[in-house]
Design a protein around this ligand. Structure first.
Ligand SMILES: Nc1ncnc2c1ncn2[C@@H]1O[C@H](COP(=O)(O)OP(=O)(O)O)[C@@H](O)[C@H]1O
Ligand SMILES: [Mg+2]
Length: 250
């Protein structure tokens, strides 16, 4: 399996403070990797840095996507190369309707909009993106957008956070579709997309069959292992003693 994403000694600043302090991480083609870590350890910053958001400034290291150095590319260039992200807290986009965004941003946008009801988003297409959306509605809207973008590599930042039990099932199944099959209207063959997923509860793991997991603490990856094993350890012992990471200061 080739490396889809390879992060080498990545240092990055946000708000003029070093948040990422030498991150090394690899996700292979077709692999789903999970990223655990306590609040404030830098997980969302890592995702935003991979996506290329301007709030995060790389000061050292490299981000390779399918072997190509994308460290200096803009966010739209990265999106065109096939990287997509479901943000933890996406911004409101005033004046832009969800349906228009999807239609104009993607060649298969029109087609995907026909599926909006399956995401319980049919009544939201005329609303401004994320404005007044509830937690679950934001996640479903993000997933609909990602389905239109059809990325080869997906960053999922806490896809289940703020989502009630009923919506978890819908979101879990749609994430599964994104990673494995795509939506039925594309009539596509099986397609296995790679991803990096942040989760605290592990609920999303029931839907996506993750391959490996990393733990981030204080801006570094401190250990890796099997997702279910690491999650069990973290639930039992907290982050202080998981795997081999006692050496990293919280
Ligand atoms: N734009 C920013 N300006 C200043 N500090 C930031 C900025 N973005 C993130 N941080 C800080 O970086 C740290 C890591 O944040 P974050 O990546 O969101 O952590 P996590 O997702 O692991 O909870 C936090 O202390 C947060 O306040
Ligand atoms: Mg976060």
């Amino acid at each position: 399996m080739t490396d889809m994403l390879k992060i080498i000694d990545l240092h990055a600043e946000a708000g003029e403070r070093e948040i990422l302090k030498g991150v090394n991480l690899t996700v292979k083609e077709g692999e789903t990797a999970v990223l655990f870590g306590p609040n404030g350890s830098g997980k969302s910053t890592l995702m935003s840095t991979i996506m290329g958001y301007s709030t995060c400034k790389v000061t050292q290291g490299q981000i390779l996507f399918k072997g190509e150095d994308i460290t200096d590319l803009t966010v739209d260039q990265r999106a065109k190369k096939g990287i997509g992200m479901m943000m933890q807290r996406p911004p409101n986009i005033f004046g832009v309707k969800l349906g228009d965004l999807i239609k104009t941003a993607s060649p298969i946008g029109e087609e995907v909009l026909k599926e909006a009801d399956r995401f319980k988003m049919g009544n939201f297409l005329d609303r401004e993106v994320n404005v007044g959306f509830s937690g679950g509605e934001i996640k479903r809207s993000e997933l609909l957008q990602l389905t239109a973008q059809k990325p080869e590599f997906i960053l999922l930042d806490e896809p289940e956070s703020g989502v009630d039990l009923e919506n978890i099932d819908l979101i879990g199944n749609k994430v599964h579709d994104l990673l494995y099959d795509g939506i039925s209207c594309r009539g596509s063959v099986q397609r296995h997309v790679s991803s990096l997923v942040i989760t605290h509860t592990g609920q999303i793991l029931d839907y996506i069959g993750a391959d490996c997991a990393y733990v981030m603490k204080n801006g570094r990856i401190c250990c890796s292992g099997r997702p279910t094993d690491l999650l069990k350890e973290i639930k039992e012992n907290g982050y202080g003693e998981c795997g081999s990471c006692q050496t990293i200061k919280l």
